[in-house]
Design a protein around this ligand. Structure first.
Ligand SMILES: O=C(O)c1cc(C(=O)O)c2c(n1)C(=O)C(=O)c1cc(C(=O)O)[nH]c1-2
Length: 186
């Protein structure tokens, strides 16, 4: 929870870096929705707040999540590398690195039913983040695919997009390894 939260709070930060580089107004209008989905706005709490609710539903204090002090070094390193990648790289590669989202919707719906089945003590409200993503994420994915397919026209650009996606898989892999190592200690 604490570790994944660090990923969550950094998603709108890396999306803001990408926003500064996206050339088209229409694309910026669509991209900005990602930041709003996570940060929220008046009257719509947003994904980060929903994550805090999930944390509270499993017994974590809001402040502990926000402080981020117990985030594992490996997780911090991987997430910071993702943000830095999106800060430094051209927009097309930064956008392509989010393509791991393509695989999330199936995982999300499975996660909701698995958590409900195996952790029935978690209040149902706590899973609101995942439920909201079920409708938000398909829009993100459609935009990602449009941007990459329409703009990665040369072989070089396509290879660069593939490398960006590989990099992102490394980020998620490292993050999961760090968590697994910590929590499988006997
Ligand atoms: O629960 C998941 O398995 C999962 C995975 C990913 C991902 O693949 O990075 C994202 C999300 N969820 C998610 O909720 C989310 O908002 C998100 C944004 C991004 C991104 O790279 O821009 N990935 C993900």
């Amino acid at each position: 929870m604490r570790n994944r939260f660090y990923y969550q709070v950094n998603l709108p930060v890396k999306d803001a870096f990408i926003l500064t580089k996206l050339p088209g107004r229409d694309d910026r209008r669509r991209w900005i929705q990602r930041i709003i989905d996570h940060d929220g706005r008046t009257g719509d709490e947003g994904g980060i707040e929903k994550w805090i609710r999930l944390g509270e539903a499993v017994g974590l204090a809001r402040q502990e999540l926000l402080d981020g002090e117990s985030v594992l070094p490996g997780v911090r390193f991987a997430v910071d590398a993702y943000v830095d990648f999106c800060r430094r790289k051209p927009w097309l590669e930064s956008v392509a690195s989010a393509l791991t989202e393509l695989f999330a919707p199936d995982l999300l719906s499975k996660r909701i039913s698995d958590v409900e089945r195996h952790y029935p003590w978690i209040a149902s409200d706590g899973l609101e983040y995942f439920r909201a993503r079920l409708t938000q994420q398909p829009k993100d994915i459609a935009h990602l695919l449009e941007l990459v397919i329409e703009n990665a026209t040369s072989r070089e650009q396509q290879d660069a997009c593939m490398r960006a996606l590989e990099f992102k898989c490394d980020v998620l892999w490292s993050l999961l390894d760090a968590v697994q190592l910590e929590y499988s200690k006997s």
